[in-house]
Design a protein around this ligand. Structure first.
Ligand code: IMP
Length: 181
């Protein structure tokens, strides 16, 4: 199956229907784990925005949103190896239930950096939700509590994820072939 962006045909790895079903399951897990409690969904800009909005809308917890921004990838495919915080949360997280929402867990550098940073602020609970997990690429030992799909080592775009800021609006998760990178 193929998905189209401005005339470019990309191979679909995960369809919008598969994404929708899995995100509903993750939201049900979160609703069960935090029943009767408040949760701050903290999205990592910009790739996690679509995932966060679907995840939050399908969960029944008392929710607020916040966003952080980090720099790790440049405009290319490879991580620079260092992570920098560009935008912090707007509200204090001490004593709160926090779910960090990320598009892809790849080397783990970003989430291991964020996990340490957040734990230093003493949240009541800290969980990680990652839509995709490229488990074979892990450098830092970090795992997500809620994982959508474990995927092979291919560069993917769509459903919020980009290559050089493009393709975020594709409804399916697609493989970006090397010749387009
Ligand atoms: P990590 O720090 O290596 O785990 O990288 C996490 C970040 O790298 C993700 O939040 C994405 O922004 C980016 N990334 C890793 N793999 C991909 C991909 O296949 N497509 C788009 N972005 C990716």
């Amino acid at each position: 199956m193929r998905s189209q962006s401005n005339g470019t045909q990309l191979k679909v790895m995960i369809t919008r229907e598969q994404i929708a079903r899995r995100v509903e399951e993750l939201a049900a897990d979160i609703s069960r784990d935090f029943a009767g409690q408040s949760v701050i969904f903290v999205g990592v800009l910009k790739g996690a925005t679509i995932f966060l909005s679907d995840l939050a809308r399908h969960s029944s917890v008392d929710a607020t949103f916040d966003f952080i921004s980090v720099a790790s990838y440049g405009d290319g495919r490879e991580s620079s190896g260092e992570v920098r915080l560009n935008k912090d949360v707007d509200t204090p997280i001490e004593g709160k239930n926090v779910i960090l929402v990320e598009d892809i867990l790849d080397t783990g550098l970003t989430l291991s950096f964020l996990r340490k940073l957040f734990l230093a602020h003493q949240p009541r609970a800290l969980k990680i939700a990652a839509l995709l997990d490229k488990a074979s690429r892990r450098v830092e030992p970090v795992n997500a509590d809620y994982v959508g799909f474990v995927i092979p080592d291919e560069f993917v775009v769509g459903y919020g994820m980009d290559y050089a800021e493009r393709y975020r609006n594709l409804p399916d998760i697609c493989v970006l072939p090397p010749e387009l990178a």
